[in-house]
Design a protein around this ligand. Structure first.
Ligand SMILES: [Zn+2]
Ligand SMILES: [Zn+2]
Length: 333
């Protein structure tokens, strides 16, 4: 495992689950020292946990301490290059872009998505940029990126918005079809009774739009519509895989083996599927490796398996980006 080129510092909404998951990170990464190690689940333990959680909340996620949790843990796992990409929907500067393209009307879905956007969009992008740049100045092998949502028709708006920032790379993602954020567990009901072939055709049309837009260095998780296990027989999808892989090659864009769905979602499979990866490899599309971690203790998760799969599929190298320039790391040796 040599790169983890797609992970996030934080994501809301700030629910009890968020609090529990953040406490779990602290327990995992700091639980071997101090009161957290001495008497687990004692009053002293919970007081120490409370102090650490309070500190984390007061500092926010754009602190060197939180970032170093990722980098230290990653280095222990043998990761040589890091790529940080918080979601654009987290930042005020991009809020209008999301408001324009997401479905946010008075329907049940619209209200749910409005509630979600209000809670995940938390402030300016500047503290994020400054944190990662400071880490770079200190010599950390990190690249500064963002994960941008692709919306058909939103290309020029996104180009203008992204043009304001000096980034090492931009990941392009399809999380929305016709304004519906299909990977939100709360909107899973929208899959019921739908024509799956047509849905996947629509997903891949969006992915093709993203590939051809020229906006992105890496196309993220190209078959993430499978997140909740709604998918047709894969033989139906093979021609679409071919189409997407050929377009990636023609546009000279990279993609990734993203393990996020394999360890965090019901489908329990990496993106792309092995059959899709095979086709992507045959077309000579470069790949990187990604945990899509949203918490420091998830960094590098399953990337060893992802690297082994890449080698078995026929890849000898993975890519990363600096100043929008593609660089190469050998998978072996
Ligand atoms: Zn994503
Ligand atoms: Zn992501």
């Amino acid at each position: 495992m040599i790169v983890d080129f797609h992970f996030h510092l934080e994501e809301g909404p700030y629910s009890i689950d968020w609090l529990r998951r953040t406490a779990k990170t602290i327990e995992t990464l700091e639980g071997k020292a101090g009161e957290l190690a001495n008497r687990p689940h004692s009053l002293a333990w919970i007081n120490e946990m409370n102090a650490k959680l309070t500190r984390r909340l007061e500092q926010g996620c754009f602190s060197a301490e939180w970032l170093n949790y990722y980098l230290d843990r990653g280095k222990q796992l043998g990761i040589q290059r890091f790529g940080i990409v918080d979601h654009l929907y987290r930042f005020d500067e991009f809020r209008a872009y999301y408001e324009k393209h997401m479905l946010l009307d008075d329907s049940e879905l619209g209200e749910l998505q409005r509630y979600w956007l209000d809670r995940v969009c938390i402030g300016s992008i500047e503290p994020f940029l400054e944190l990662v740049r400071q880490s770079q100045r200190e010599g950390s092998p990190v690249s500064l990126g963002v994960e941008a949502d692709y919306f058909p028709g939103g290309e020029e708006e996104l180009r203008t918005l992204l043009g304001r920032y000096e980034l090492d790379y931009v990941i392009g993602s399809v999380h929305f079809i016709d304004g519906w954020g299909f990977d939100n567990p709360q909107t899973q009901y929208k899959f019921e009774g739908r024509d799956l072939n047509a849905m996947y055709r629509s997903l891949f049309d969006h992915v093709l739009g993203a590939v051809r837009s020229g906006l992105f260095d890496i196309i993220a998780h190209p078959d993430n519509l499978k997140v909740f296990n709604y998918r047709p027989d894969e033989t139906v999808l093979l021609p679409m895989y071919e189409e997407v892989a050929a377009a990636m090659k023609a546009a000279d864009v990279a993609t990734e083996i993203n393990t996020g769905l394999a360890y965090r979602y019901p489908v329990k499979e990496m993106c792309p599927s092995p059959a899709f990866l095979d086709i992507i490899c045959k077309h000579g599309v470069p790949i990187t490796l990604s945990s899509d971690s949203h918490y420091p203790d998830d960094i590098g998760t399953m990337l060893k398996q992802a690297a082994d799969l890449a080698v078995r599929t026929g890849y000898e190298e993975v890519v990363y980006f600096e100043r929008r320039e593609r660089k190469i790391l050998k998978l072996k040796g």
